[in-house]
Structure formats: C-alpha cells, structure tokens
Design a protein around this ligand. Structure first.
Ligand SMILES: [Zn+2]
Length: 282
C-alpha cells in the first residue's frame, strides 16, 4: 500500500474536521505515526515486529543490559539524527505560527517537532537529544556523547538490517566489548532523557500537557493509536470539558468511540490540509 489513501471518505472526514475546528484554539497530541514519513518506523503499526523494550529496572540492574542498551541506542540515535521533519511536522509548526495550535504534546522522542519549528513542545516520553547522569545530574548533549561513544568503540558501524523502534532502541546481534559511556564529571551511570518502558511520565510533564488541553478549544490527536495511557487521559480531559476531539490515524485507536471526528488517513496529508484550510487566529 502506498501513501495515496486519499479516498472520498477520508476527504469528507477532513471537511468535517475543518468545520469542527475552525475558529478554535487547538491542542495537539502526536504519536509515532507522524514520524513514519520521516523514515522512523511505528512499531505499533501494522506488520511491526513484536518486541519487548528494556525496562529501567533492567537497565539499572546490570552492566550487560546497559551495554546492550547503549549499542542499540547509539545506532538508533544515528538514524534519528539523520531523519528529517516531514510535511506533517511542518504543518503543525505552521498552525502554531498562525495561532491555531497552542503547542504540540508528543509521545515521540525523535525531536522532529522542534526541528520543524514548533516552539511549545511537550515531550511526554523525553528526548534522545539529551543524556543525564543519574548520580550528579549533569546533562550532556547527545551529539557530544555520540562522538565519545565512537571514539571509544571505533568498530561501531550501522548494520544494514538493524531493527529500529521509535524509542530509538534496537536489538543488536552482540554488544560484546562495547565500552559503555559514563559521566565525564563523576564517572556515574548515564541514562538518555527518555521514559523507559514501564516507567512513569514525570508529573510536571503531564501537567504541562494538561495545561495545553485546558487552554484549548479542541484537541487533535495525530498518529497515535492511544495505546499509551497518558494519551487516553488527555483525551478524557478534553471530553470532560466537552471539547471536540479529532483523531487522525491510519487504523483504529483506543478512543475512536469518543472522537467527534475520526479521520482514517495519513497524518502528513491530513495535517497539511488542516494547516491550509483552518483560519489563522492571531
Ligand atoms: Zn555525574
């Protein structure tokens, strides 16, 4: 299947979404689906391999787990760093500039909303751009750390068939001999600034996301099947305030029954249409 699911049903749903959203300030929640057109696969999408991501407990419990994690995380980050924002990311940045979107809440850790020019971005699951020391709290830029990783492990090259998930982890064949980076200030354990599988989203992050929904007159969910509970909770917040909810996703989501309009289509095309058709609110 190609990206041309522009059937009459999809277009009619876009028309209804424009009617519902016109004149309203919009809070936006995005998931992995908005980044698939940038070449970052959605591991929850159709045909994606089932995998069990590493938990924070596993990461903290053993040096061997950290070695495997860092090999995958490093290779994954290289792919993420090479990916470019797509039309969907740019449409959301344009909607913010037009005063329509009050920001973006995202479940993605790829940083593509920031790179596309969105200013107010709440990264619910953190970001791969930063790495923190668990002991002294020092924060490192991922690019600097990547240089250290490659200096310490010159053999590391990107295999052709790395299986990459949107959390930026892969399952490498072997992490034998990999030198795990440590804090250059105190020698402590480093952890990317991302929420691990099974870990809670920091409360202040969720509060920030909630504030965007509370300050908005509508909620648009794009590219998320809402498997993650924080997403569902934001939809519930919007419904409780009787805000219209527009969901854009290929395939079913957990909140379809609660949506005012559900658009079954690709997020890039739909968000570009919304950005072109919703009147500016400046
Ligand atoms: Zn440290």
């Amino acid at each position: 299947m190609t990206d041309t699911t522009r059937d009459a049903g999809t277009e009619a749903s876009i028309d209804r979404a424009v009617e519902v959203l016109a004149g309203r300030r919009v809070a936006v929640l995005t998931g992995a689906g908005v980044s698939t057109d940038s070449g970052i696969p959605d591991y929850r999408g159709k045909g994606a391999p089932t995998r069990t991501p590493m938990t924070a407990q596993q990461f903290l419990a053993s040096e061997d787990a950290r070695r495997r994690y860092w090999v995958g995380s490093h290779l994954g980050w290289r792919v993420f760093a090479a990916a470019q924002p797509n039309g969907g990311h740019r449409a959301l940045a344009a909607l913010e500039r037009a005063g329509v979107a009050n920001g973006v809440v995202t479940q993605n850790v790829d940083g593509l909303h920031v790179r596309a020019g969105s200013h107010r971005v709440v990264e619910l699951h953190g970001t791969m751009r930063r790495v923190g020391c668990l002991h002294c709290g020092q924060v490192f830029d991922r690019r600097d750390l990547a240089e250290r990783v490659e200096a310490d492990n010159p053999w590391i090259t990107m295999p052709e068939n790395v299986e990459l998930g949107p959390d930026g982890d892969v399952t490498p064949a072997s992490a034998e001999g990999f030198v795990v980076p440590t804090c250059s200030v105190c020698g402590g354990t480093l952890k990317p600034d991302v929420v691990f599988f099974g870990e809670y989203i920091p409360l202040e992050k969720f509060r920030e996301a909630e504030q965007l929904v509370h300050a908005a007159g509508a909620l648009v969910v794009a590219g998320s099947s809402l498997v993650v509970n924080s997403g569902i909770r934001l939809v519930e917040r919007a419904r409780r305030r009787r805000l219209p909810v527009v969901i854009v996703n290929r395939g079913e989501t957990r909140a379809d029954a609660r949506a005012t309009v559900k658009i079954d289509g690709g997020t890039t095309h739909v968000l570009e249409e919304l950005a072109a058709r919703l009147p500016a609110l400046l």
